[in-house]
Write a protein that binds this ligand. Structure first.
Ligand SMILES: [Zn+2]
Length: 109
């Protein structure tokens, strides 16, 4: 199967993609399970999220900064392994590409 492209998403789109349980997992990981190479360990005060991506495997990639040292951190959450999530993510991709098309059409008019 052909892999979809990696796309950037915003916080609002993330909250649409994740259910309550997944969102809980996401928050927990960001709070205490992101490795910071500057601190040489877990970013124990959590991170500030700057960018979110839906990867080609439909995992969520987070880029941000460590709250302690302000160093750059990144973390991939492997939601794409969950078949239900993978399918939801594919639907989500279609939705947002349709939205973009509609916006283009409005622009032409
Ligand atoms: Zn750090």
């Amino acid at each position: 199967m052909k892999r979809p492209p990696e796309i950037q998403i915003n916080q609002f789109q993330l909250s649409r993609l994740l259910d309550e349980e997944q969102m809980g997992f996401y928050k927990e990981v960001l709070a205490k399970n992101v490795f910071c190479s500057h601190c040489g360990g877990v970013a124990s005060k959590g991170i500030v999220v700057q960018e979110l991506f839906l990867t080609d495997l439909n995992d969520i990639m987070v880029r941000g900064t460590c709250k302690i040292c302000n160093g750059k951190v990144a973390r991939i959450l492997e939601f794409g392994e969950d078949k239900t999530f993978y399918e939801e993510a594919m639907k989500f991709r279609t939705d947002i590409s349709n939205q973009n098309k509609n916006q283009d059409n409005q622009f032409i008019k």
